[in-house]
Ligand binder design. Structure first.
Ligand code: V47
Length: 399
């Protein structure tokens, strides 16, 4: 990471912010951030142990503004979860079909086509496609999926398959991973989502997702994808059984992998939602923790270009506030999301119209920028019409 600036006065953030950070218990971390020095494991742990959300947010905001200025990116996307049948039995998941839970389904190519046709009127730029591991699906099913999406929405970018799906696809293909990835690319795959990383330690793996790939396998698969020219994202599922140390280990493993390949685009902290899972006793994360996860992710992952707030899991208001706590991206317009359907039904609309998303970004004082999944800016003729009619009103100061 480059030094933010040699002079704090010229750096992002007001003088008051700099004075606050210089005088508080995180002042040595502030110095490192200003000098562009990498934060250590011990620094990471202190950040998680700190209760000073204002300082964490202000520190993260310095990095956020140095990297991405005042921009907040968003994407118009549609999710396709092609099957909810899964043989992994992860304790944190409520998505897969089970007795007393969701009924099993597998989408046919006709189902996929019909789902995409229903949103033909929306200029969706990203199709985000992930699902469970259903061993009865053959290699050809995955190739057909890509072909079907490409044929139905040729202009949309396909972001599909987490590492566990790729490992399953490779098993079916009986070919080296590089070859499989190139074949998937030839059928239209253009990047990989960040799901499935959970917490990259063996303890958490063995405790709550033992049948899924290990931390080592997740990282190796991601790095292999980067080496064949596919970018990917990286998530962190927090707020379940993980310790503060394990959160830091997770972030440092991602940072090391990124040093090797430079293939990660975006870090996305995912707030654990226990409803309908085997960990139902664990309470929902708070806005406080959600903002902290965004801020610490931004500070530790100095080599990640972007940090995303996923409103579906942390609510639109927290995702909006996150734009001042290290995030420079809000995902997304999300047409139908099923992974955490239990919370979606109760608390959240499954869609946020582009106009509402843009309105939220402007109200937060950031500049909305529509992007494609690779962060190419999308200019549209109708973009100006998205700015809400109601102007921002300055509140009179008391006294
Ligand atoms: O891999 C599963 C997580 C992920 C739960 O790359 C849960 O742009 C919370 O990865 N509570 C899927 N989380 C979602 C995902 C994602 C989302 C948005 C953007 C991107 C991107 C990726 O959701 C899973 C798993 O880690 N998950 N169950 C749960 N109960």
């Amino acid at each position: 990471m480059n030094s933010l600036t040699t002079s704090a006065a010229a750096a992002p953030g007001s003088t008051v912010t700099h004075r606050y950070l210089q005088s508080g218990p995180l002042s040595d971390i502030y110095d490192k951030v200003m000098e562009g020095k990498r934060l250590s494991f011990a620094d990471g742990l202190r950040l998680w142990q700190s209760d000073d959300l204002t300082a964490l947010g202000a520190l993260a905001n310095l990095v956020r503004e140095a990297k991405n200025g005042n921009k907040t990116y968003y994407v118009r996307n549609q999710h396709i979860n092609y099957t909810n049948i899964c043989n992994k039995g992860c304790k944190f998941c409520s998505f897969y079909a089970q007795k007393g839970g969701p009924a099993p389904y597998v989408m046919s190519m006709e189902d996929v086509r019909r789902k995409l046709e229903r949103t033909r009127h929306i200029p969706v730029t990203e199709i985000h496609m992930v699902a469970g591991i259903y061993p009865k699906l053959g290699y050809q099913y995955y190739l057909d999926l890509l072909d079907t999406v490409k044929a139905t929405r040729p202009d949309a970018h396909i972001k599909a398959f987490t590492m566990v799906e790729l490992l399953q696809i490779q098993k079916l293909a009986k070919k080296p991973m590089e070859e499989v990835l190139l074949e998937l690319k030839a059928h239209g795959l253009s990047s990989l989502p960040g799901g499935g990383a959970e917490i990259l330690t063996d303890r958490v793996h063995d405790a709550i997702f033992e049948r899924k790939e290990t931390a080592h396998e997740w990282l190796e698969t991601a790095k292999t994808a980067h080496r064949v020219g596919l970018h990917s994202n990286a998530t962190m599922l927090y707020g379940h059984i993980e310790t503060l140390e394990e959160r830091v280990v997770h972030l440092m493993k991602l940072r090391e992998a990124q040093d090797e390949t430079g293939g990660f685009l975006t870090f996305i902290p995912l707030a654990f939602s226990s409803k309908g899972t085997k960990l139902e006793h664990i309470p929902q994360t708070t806005g406080y923790l959600d903002l902290k996860a965004i801020a610490i992710g931004r500070l530790m992952l100095d080599n990640f270009p972007h940090v995303k707030s996923f409103w579906m899991m942390i609510t639109p208001p927290v995702a909006q506030a996150a734009q001042w706590y290290g995030a420079d991206d809000i995902d997304g317009t999300v047409v139908e999301y099923e992974i955490t359907h239990e919370i979606d039904q109760e608390n959240a609309a499954q869609q946020l119209s582009q106009q509402r998303l843009v309105g939220m970004i402007i109200e937060a004082g950031r500049d909305p920028v529509e992007r494609d999944p690779l962060y190419n800016v999308i200019e549209r003729e109708d973009s100006a019409a998205l700015v809400p009619e109601r102007p921002r009103v300055a509140l009179p100061m008391a006294g």
